[in-house]
Design a binder for this molecule. Structure first.
Ligand code: ZN
Length: 193
C-alpha cells in the first residue's frame, strides 16, 4: 500500500459504501494509519491509497500514540454552519497548500471499525479535516474547491505532478486508467457487495 498523488485516476473516483467490516479491512485501516503518520498527515482517505471504499482515518494530532484516532466508515455530513477560509494541504499533493472555504461546524454520521454508529458534532480543525477527507471519497480534491485566483498561484506546482504522472504513464511504469478501474472493481466486489 502506498499513497497515490495527483492526477492518479482513483483520486477522481467516487468511492462505494462499505458493507463488510472484517479482519482484512482492519488490516487495511492499520496500514492507512501507519502511512498517514509516516507522511505526517492528520487524515487519509481510502481513495488516497488506491482503494474505492468510503472510509477514512484521522488523528488530528498527527502523531502516533498521541491525540485520538478516528475511523469513519460511510461518513455522511449534514448541518454545515458558518464559513471559514483556511489553508489546506494534502498527502496526495505533497508540498502544495492553498486556501479553502469550509463550513465551520458540521454534524457527521458514520460507522466505526466495530460497526457501531458514530453521530457527532464537530467544529474548527476537526470539521475541516472531516470535510476534506469526505471530499476525497467523492473524488474531490481541495484544489477543486479553491477560487480561481488562489488556484492560479499554485498552478505550476500542480502541473509538475501532472507532467511526472504522464511521463511515468508513457514509460509504462504505472497502470493506465482502464487497469486502475479493473483493480477498483475487484476491491468493490470484496467490500461493497
Ligand atoms: Zn487530501
Amino acid at each position: 500500500m502506498e499513497i497515490i498523488t495527483h492526477p492518479h485516476p482513483t483520486l477522481k473516483y467516487k468511492s462505494k459504501p462499505v458493507v463488510r467490516i472484517n479482519a482484512e479491512l482492519k488490516v487495511i485501516v492499520n496500514e492507512m494509519f501507519d502511512l498517514m503518520y509516516e507522511a505526517k498527515g492528520v487524515g487519509l482517505a481510502a481513495n488516497q491509497v488506491n482503494l474505492p471504499l468510503r472510509l477514512f482515518v484521522s488523528n488530528p494530532s498527527g502523531v502516533k500514540g498521541e491525540g485520538e484516532e478516528f475511523v469513519f466508515i460511510n461518513p455522511v455530513i449534514s448541518k454545515g454552519t458558518g464559513n471559514e477560509v483556511a489553508d489546506e494541504g494534502c498527502l496526495s499533493l505533497p508540498g502544495v497548500y492553498g486556501p479553502v472555504n469550509r463550513s465551520r461546524a458540521i454534524h457527521v454520521e458514520a460507522f466505526n471499525l466495530d460497526g457501531q454508529v458514530i453521530s457527532v458534532d464537530m467544529d474548527d480543525f476537526m470539521a475541516r479535516v472531516v470535510q476534506h477527507e469526505t471530499d476525497h471519497l467523492d473524488g474531490v480534491m481541495f484544489t477543486d474547491r479553491m477560487v480561481e485566483h488562489s488556484l492560479q498561484a499554485i498552478q505550476d506546482e500542480i502541473e509538475e505532478f501532472e507532467i511526472e504522472y504522464r511521463a511515468k504513464l508513457a514509460d509504462g511504469l504505472i497502470p493506465d486508467e482502464q487497469a486502475v478501474h479493473e483493480e477498483l472493481a475487484e476491491w468493490e466486489a470484496k467490500f461493497c457487495k
